[in-house]
Design a protein around this ligand. Structure first.
Ligand code: LFR
Length: 480
């Protein structure tokens, strides 16, 4: 038959999943084989990922997926595991929300000023960029013993295949890649004492990345050989590849734990203005640049839900829908919300500090979060199109947040543009299609997107035309 089957492993900050994509000449179907929680663990030494549990989830998922033509892995950016000279993992990978990077960026800037760092890498300031994590770990025993550094999806890929590499889209989140040459920024690494020899050879989406080891075949019940194919292993790169845009004048927002909002460009924007607006130039498929801003995203709500004992989202959203809109807003782009804990209090404090009504009930806090996210989406889309000097007619929302209809509508209202919402599993779809393409099934990025828009049509939300209210709300936030 002409239908091929691909397993897409997609690791998010709160859950991982193994999805199965079936791709034919003009068909694309996605199903879920297995979903498992990703629960970070707080140890005395800090916040860590339970990466062995994730690997166990991946094996369970591959077993549930059944026969596949190839496997691809994507996950969140910046974080990594270290291997010793025997290839064994050294310790538990550190979570990007861990406090070890506090104050580290400032130290780095004393050696390489922030402006030069941006000119060389195009990467936004975030305390957790791999570069800052490596500087924070500089005198650690583990780093001294490490012979290899593998980003999280590359680490799991290594465990599946025995082969080591560094996939480019995710490498671009390290702040050690030059977005113009699309290879390592050797001079910068040397200046900051980062050993680039720790990284495995670069590979690009579509490159072969090994085959499942015999032990893995036995554990999953799969019959070999099963190739692993490099995809856009940064989850955001895979999600952007799956934006079902039919034209060129679109902005995208990948919504999940984070909101990543911006444009797809042919070249990086490295201006000082762009740096001040904290836009990043991460690498995408086929020579593209993901020009975007990180917004705290549904993390704000997830953290509140945790404090509230896990009320279900449906109920919260229904209640929030009944609360008056735009009473109080916070800056959802503010890194002050990065760390876990006490989120309702921190949001209340931010409202108080900016002289707005303090949300107290769950419904009010939820409303404040959704309004604030929509407002941050508006700012990001506006800033991106101004800084990159590109017209935008439509905003594509993809990722888990598209299941939140209120967020979709508010984003359309805030941006004053139609929003096309979906697919929710964009990262897995981008992952599947890059594998399919490597095996000759689909054409270029535009064709991949047409296939997605035909087979997983997005839902359209029209803006309700209250721009003045959003502008007024924006004025209550600190200028960016
Ligand atoms: C989204 C994401 C973002 C990245 C953040 C930390 O899952 O990959 O793109 O900034 O997680 O890695």
């Amino acid at each position: 038959t002409g239908v091929h089957t691909y397993a897409a492993v997609d690791l998010g900050a709160s859950s991982g999943r193994v999805m199965v994509g079936r791709v034919g000449a003009d068909s694309l179907e996605l199903g879920e084989a297995h979903r498992f929680p990703n629960r970070p663990v707080r140890l005395a030494e800090g916040l860590r990922w339970d990466v062995l549990a994730l690997y166990g989830g991946v094996l369970d998922g591959l077993r549930a997926a059944g026969p596949v033509d190839s496997v691809g892995l994507d996950g969140w950016g910046v974080d990594y595991g270290l291997l010793d000279a025997d290839g064994a993992l050294l310790g538990n990978p550190v979570h990007y929300r861990d406090a070890r990077t506090e104050g580290v960026a400032e130290k780095v800037w004393a050696t390489v000023p922030a402006a030069r760092l941006y000119a060389a890498t195009g990467v936004q300031y975030a305390p957790f960029n791999t570069l800052y994590q490596l500087v924070a770990a500089r005198s650690s025993v583990q780093l001294a013993q490490a012979r290899r550094l593998l980003l999280i999806p590359d680490l799991l890929s290594y465990w599946l295949t025995g082969e080591q590499g560094t996939e480019l889209t995710n490498a671009s989140t390290t702040q050690l890649i030059d977005p113009r040459t699309r290879t390592w920024s050797y001079a910068l690494a040397e200046r900051l004492g980062v050993d680039l020899g720790l990284f495995g050879p670069l590979r690009r989406p579509g490159d072969p990345a090994g085959v499942l080891r015999p032990e893995v075949l036995r554990e999953t019940g799969l019959a070999g050989p099963v190739p692993v194919t490099a995809v856009g292993s940064h989850d955001t790169a895979s999600a952007v590849a799956a934006v079902p845009a039919t034209g060129e004048r679109f902005a995208y927002i990948c919504t999940g734990t984070w909101s990543l909002a911006g444009l797809e460009l042919a070249a990086p924007v490295l201006t000082e203005e762009s740096r001040a607006a904290n836009f990043t130039n991460e690498l995408g498929l086929d020579g593209t640049v993901r020009y975007l801003r990180n917004i705290m995203g549904l993390w704000l709500l997830q953290e509140c839900q945790r404090v509230w004992g896990g009320p279900d989202l449906e109920t919260l959203l229904r209640e929030a829908g009944a609360v008056p809109s735009l009473r109080s807003v916070v800056d959802a782009g503010d890194a002050a919300f990065l760390a876990p804990g006490r989120m309702p209090e921190r949001i209340a404090a931010a409202c108080r500090a900016s002289g707005q009504p303090v949300p107290t009930t769950r419904a009010e806090v939820t409303r404040c979060i959704l309004d604030s996210l929509a407002l941050a989406h508006r700012r990001a889309v506006e800033d991106a199109r101004r800084l990159a000097d590109r017209p935008v007619d439509v905003v594509h929302l993809v990722g888990g947040g598209t299941r939140n209809a209120l967020l979709c509508q508010l984003t359309a209202d805030a941006c004053g543009l139609p929003v096309m919402a979906g697919p929710a599993e964009a990262a897995a779809l981008g992952n599947v299609l890059v594998q399919a393409r490597a095996h000759g099934l689909v054409g270029d990025l535009a064709e991949m997107r047409r296939l997605i828009s035909r087979t997983q049509p997005p839902v359209r939300y029209e803006p309700r035309g209250d721009d003045a209210r959003w502008r007024a709300a924006e004025a209550r936030l600190a200028p960016r």
